[in-house]
Design a protein around this ligand. Structure first.
Ligand code: GAR
Length: 188
């Protein structure tokens, strides 16, 4: 049995997609979904999907080993960041080398780094008149969006696309690729 822990800060549509992808797979279980936002929509989704969800405060995450020790106790094979917006502290990176995987809504190294998340990314892509964008699935290291790239996928951007249209195209790519990449990593 492989165990994954998911971290999310917002809507959690990727969490829902991943949960649905693995729900009939007896070899993979979601140990829990952890969120740093008390009112995040991902909590409602987890309740509906019958998936454990836990809220944690920033102190227990960034300023102590409290959350780290809780996650260690879950013995995860992978820790998946699915729309998680806090920087991963060094004690996590050291404790789980090549086990923390992030999805970023752009073609890294473009549009990465601090402050580059969600609509900020899509607005920047739009404002720079990019003709393509995409997703990057990568390992997490101590710097924002700089860990080794595992998988990228591209989509075209046309001049009439709004930032919201781009966000939608990115979500389509994320739903298609992210669970499959996780599945592949778990079976390696
Ligand atoms: C996703 O598009 C994900 O790539 C992005 O947040 C969105 C979360 O959507 N992550 C980042 O921007 C991380 N820097 P969701 O909550 O509906 O899954």
């Amino acid at each position: 049995m492989k165990r994954i822990v998911l971290l999310a800060s917002g809507s959690g549509s990727n969490v829902e997609n991943i949960a649905n992808y693995f729900k009939d797979n007896p070899l993979v279980t979601i140990a829990t979904v952890l969120t740093n936002k008390r009112d995040a929509k991902v909590i409602d989704r987890c309740n509906r999907l019958n998936v454990n969800a836990l809220y944690f405060n920033r102190q227990s995450f960034s300023k102590s080993d409290c959350l780290l020790n809780i996650i260690k106790g879950m013995q995860p094979d992978l820790i998946i960041l699915a729309g998680f917006l806090l920087k991963i502290p060094e004690n996590f990176v050291a404790a789980f080398p090549n086990k923390i995987v992030n999805i970023h809504p752009a073609l890294l190294p473009k549009y990465g780094g601090k402050g580059m998340y969600g609509m900020h990314v899509h607005n920047a892509v739009k404002n720079n008149n990019e003709t393509e964008t995409g997703i990057t699935i990568h390992y997490v290291n101590e710097n924002y969006d700089e860990g080794a790239i595992i998988h990228q996928a591209k989509t075209a951007v046309i001049s009439t696309d709004t930032a919201e249209d781009i966000a939608q195209k990115i979500h389509v790519l994320e739903y298609e690729h992210f669970p499959k990449v996780i599945d592949q990593l778990l079976s390696n």
